[in-house]
Design a protein around this ligand. Structure first.
Ligand code: NAD
Length: 283
């Protein structure tokens, strides 16, 4: 019987651990604060921001919310980031992506101080990750590692195959697997004979953005399969990048969609905010 990795349960455990550590800081008179900037009125982004605020509330983290109109100038947005960088009481800064087209996302995320970059998107933190140094790690790949570790799955010495090389999932995930001594292969849309490469994997991670792409033909008997994909079908249902029913009889462990990787992202965002405040407390 395959282990169905319960992301809801594991993310709740992490949020509870964060809440406990936040209250320890509070007893020392230190509060934890996340500033969230939302530009424009994209409904999906508004939902993400609302969920982040709810998680902050649960964990005892203060959230400062900046909801700016979609015609906000780059100068104004960068000015706000500068102001939040300077504020001693702000531990984390998050700019909800995507930004409206006239704003340069790279320029804006690069402006966030690396010490407050709780999304882990700043080149300094990306560099730290690839050099194996401590720093903020992008929340979704960090969440995936928590799922793997907390399910008792070891990475060391294993063949790990990551399908997808995006900056927010595929690349940082491959770095994290490497850090845990996995033998890592990163695949993408131009990989030749993807099925054969994927079939080598003891741990197969799919971050593609194509519903039910990974079938049993891609999966080695007994592999652990991590499905990062979130794809909404025409029927309104969420589907992962993995054909769950087809793959299930062949795996030793698998993450479902929904309820697998999805809930981990916000939990790790909370963890990053807490750790930023703990570092401040140590200074
Ligand atoms: P992306 O579009 O930036 O990257 C997709 C990657 O898949 C690319 O590197 C591309 O080379 C690869 N790819 C595309 N077609 C392929 C093919 N036919 N064969 C092999 N590789 C192929 O996407 P992303 O931001 O990395 O997100 C990937 C998926 O994960 C999406 O479904 C997204 O919604 C989901 N996601 C989930 C979370 C979460 O919290 N669970 C967070 C971020 C992204």
């Amino acid at each position: 019987m395959a282990l169905i990795i319960d992301g809801k349960k594991i993310s709740s455990e992490i949020k509870d651990e964060v809440r406990d550590r936040v209250s320890v800081l509070k007893e020392k008179g230190i509060s934890v604060t996340l500033a969230v900037i939302l530009v424009g009125d994209d409904p999906a982004s508004a939902v993400y921001v609302r969920n982040k605020k709810k998680a902050c509330e649960y964990c005892g983290i203060e959230s400062l919310s900046y909801e700016l109109p979609s015609d906000t100038s780059e100068e104004k947005l960068l000015g706000l980031v500068d102001e939040l960088n300077e504020r001693e009481d702000v531990d984390g800064i998050l700019v909800q992506l995507p930004l409206p087209g006239h704003l340069d996302e790279r320029k804006v995320t690069d402006r966030i101080s690396p010490e407050k970059d709780v999304d882990g998107f700043h080149p300094v933190n990306v560099g730290r990750l690839s050099m194996g140094e401590p720093g903020f790690v992008s929340c979704t790949p960090q969440g995936i590692m928590e799922l793997i570790k907390r399910s008792g799955i070891t990475v060391e010495g294993k063949e790990c195959v990551v399908i997808g090389r995006s900056n927010i999932v595929g690349k940082p995930l491959s770095m994290l697997l490497l850090r845990e001594n996995g033998t890592v292969t990163v695949c993408h849309s131009r990989t030749a004979d993807l099925k054969a490469v994927a079939k080598r994997a003891d741990i197969l991670c799919a971050a593609i953005g194509k519903p039910c792409f990974v079938t049993s033909e891609y999966v080695k008997e007994g592999a652990c399969v991590i499905d990062v994909g979130i794809n909404r079908g025409e029927d309104g249902k969420l589907r992962g990048d993995v054909d769950y029913e087809d793959v299930l009889p062949h795996v030793s462990a698998i993450t479902p969609v929904p309820g697998g990787v999805g809930p981990m992202t916000i939990a790790c965002l909370m963890k990053n905010c807490l750790e930023s405040a703990e570092k401040k407390a140590d200074r």
